[in-house]
Design a protein around this ligand. Structure first.
Ligand code: NCD
Length: 306
């Protein structure tokens, strides 16, 4: 079974529960293999192109690590020094890179739909590593993998996605997949950072996090995406923190087993305080560790010889 009837991983929106379960359970078995020091080598002889048109630390390095752990090799191109800077179109850049014979392309771009465009023009698998505000499927999967690892299942669990929902591809991938897996999803943030029709996705919009925090099993805290905002979505950083920042004080009524996630990078002291980010309920570095495993699962399912 392939993870998708298509050749690529572009988003989780079209994924049903079976497909999500299939990838997540494949990731669990790879994690076990890795813990037992048994290395799958399914990417031996394959080369993956990492095309990051936007900054990245965790996603880029974890894709590279996943490729190497599976025995493959990777090539990364720096956009700053590529011929896109000389005015070459994305179409020509991608076609020329493809002519060098890569087996798959991992792509991040500030515009929604770029991975879909590349998928359309090339025959090789394309993995979306974040497109604009749209989706970040490997992040959604690793977030849920981490939640399941902590609590067994996300079914009927309450998950609050907190912060800059409007600009967050992480939020969208989480929401699509969590709902399929039977979680109850809440979103909270300044009204200007909550998309007007978000309730249509099946989530509950919360205006005061203090009213719901005691019911939550998971809180996925999002970064304020300064680079995607013209100033003016909220009055001041201090007011944002007062209303929506995850502070130690806010957690006083939380369940003891509450898990706090953040995809990184963290703005400490703004959307989350250091005492919380480094505190006993956080699973932020577990997410990073699991990011490699989940990306191994994705690559293995898309690229391993059938
Ligand atoms: C996220 C992204 O780039 O969408 N980061 C990540 O991949 N871990 C979230 C963010 O930038 O805030």
């Amino acid at each position: 079974m392939q993870i998708s009837p298509e050749k690529s991983l572009l988003g989780l929106r079209s994924f049903n529960r079976d497909r999500l379960d299939f990838i997540l359970s494949h990731a669990r078995s790879l994690k076990q293999l890795y813990a037992d020091n048994t290395h799958a080598r399914s990417l031996q002889g394959k080369t993956v192109l990492n095309l990051f048109f936007e900054p990245s630390t965790r996603t880029r390095v974890s894709f590279e690590t996943a490729i190497k752990r599976l025995g493959g090799s990777s090539v990364a191109i720096s956009m700053e020094t590529s011929s896109l800077k000389k005015g070459e179109t994305l179409f020509d850049t991608v076609k020329n890179l493809d002519a060098m014979g890569f087996d798959a392309i991992v792509v991040r771009h500030r515009n929604a739909g770029v991975p879909h465009f590349i998928d359309h023009i090339l025959d090789v698998p394309v993995i979306n590593a974040g497109d604009g505000f749209n989706e970040h499927p490997s992040q959604g999967l690793l977030d849920i993998f981490t939640m399941q690892e902590q609590r067994g299942s996300v079914e009927n669990r309450n998950v609050l996605i907190l912060g800059d929902i409007l600009h967050s591809r992480v939020a969208r991938s989480n929401i699509w997949a969590l709902l399929q897996l039977g979680a109850k999803v809440f979103v909270a943030g300044p009204p200007t950072l909550i998309p007007a029709n978000i309730a249509d996705m099946g989530v509950t919009v919360v205006h005061s996090i203090d009213d719901v925090i005691s019911q939550m099993d998971f809180i996925n805290v999002l970064r304020i995406q300064y680079e995607r905002q013209d100033l003016g979505y909220f009055p001041t950083i201090r007011e944002y923190r007062d209303q929506f920042g995850l502070t130690q004080e806010r957690l006083k009524d939380a369940k003891p087993e509450l898990c706090i996630l953040h995809p990184g990078p963290i703005n400490r002291g703004i959307e989350i305080d250091s005492a919380v980010a480094d505190g006993p309920n956080n699973v932020i570095l577990n997410q990073v560790t699991n990011g490699v495993i989940v990306r191994m699962a994705i690559l293995d399912l898309l690229l391993a010889p059938k």
